[in-house]
Write a protein that binds this ligand. Structure first.
Ligand code: KIV
Length: 271
């Protein structure tokens, strides 16, 4: 695998060029300095500080409990580990839905306190005024449509969204509205591949899929799923690239054995 060395720092403009050139965009979530440093060095285009931190870092059932302060802590850590990748930070539930002023204040805190490069928020028409105000203030915005986990209690399930005509039509309209408002990209989560194809072809800005199929302009996965750290979550859209759960278990069990048997530390491992 070769990292595109031509790209010094990935910006929102780089992503736009990648779509124009037909080059797919790679995106992964990260929540701390060390993993971000590894992903950045591996050549990932975009690192998303997702509010999935609520699930995979804090052990909550949903993304709703994570706070703006907690997102800022994760995002600042990720930014410190990143040199090349574009860092996008999720606006957590309750930090932008009330009104554009609240959304702006949350974005200012994220940009000032983390050094992140852009924000992501969920929804279409409902959040349009906020999206416009945030972009007018100079903050790049990534949209997020389809399965939007912050609305899980409205949906009731994590099943595929927009299978019905009415919801698919609303999604297409929302995608265009977000583009017109100035979003630089849109995440499409868990929708039929043919709908994602239609949306991707109708937009000038890139679409990033998570469970929305191969026709999108890029792909994103949660790092714990991709690396097999959490081996209980195996949705159809996931390709697992490593089994870190097994590697960690083996390593820690060996460490326990070595400690118990007084094999560790040996003479070379002490002062
Ligand atoms: O929070 C997150 O990890 C996300 C991805 C699922 C796109 O929003």
């Amino acid at each position: 695998m070769s990292v595109n060395k031509e790209i010094k720092k990935v910006t929102t403009h780089t992503l736009q060029k990648m779509k124009s050139n037909g080059e797919k965009i790679s995106m992964i979530t990260a929540y701390d300095y060390s993993f971000a440093k590894n992903f950045d060095a591996a050549g990932i285009d975009v690192i998303l500080v997702g509010d999935s931190a609520s699930n995979v870092m804090a052990g909550h059932e949903t993304t709703l409990p994570i706070t703006l302060d907690q997102m800022i802590y994760h995002a600042a850590s990720v930014v410190r580990g990143t040199h090349r990748s574009l860092v996008v930070v999720d606006l957590p539930f309750g930090s932008y839905q009330s009104n554009p002023k609240e959304a702006l204040i949350s974005c200012f805190r994220i940009m000032k306190e983390t050094g992140g490069h852009a924000v992501k928020l969920e929804g279409g028409e409902e959040v349009l005024e906020s999206v416009k105000k945030i972009i007018a203030a100079g903050v790049p915005v990534m949209g997020h449509l389809g399965l939007t986990p912050q609305s899980i209690y409205k949906f009731g399930t994590y099943n595929v969204r927009a299978k019905e005509e009415a919801e698919a039509e609303k999604l297409k309209k929302d995608a265009l509205l977000l583009q017109e408002a100035g979003c630089f990209a849109i995440v499409l989560e868990k929708i039929p591949a043919q709908l994602a194809k239609e949306v991707s072809e109708s937009l000038q800005i890139p679409t990033i899929s998570i469970g929305a199929g191969k026709y999108c302009d890029g792909q994103v996965l949660v790092m714990h799923d991709l690396l097999g750290i959490n081996n209980e979550f195996k949705p159809r859209f996931l390709r697992q690239y490593a089994d870190l759960h097994q590697i960690i278990t083996n390593a820690v069990q060996q460490y326990i054995k070595d400690v118990k048997s007084a094999d560790f530390p040996n003479d070379q491992e002490q002062y």
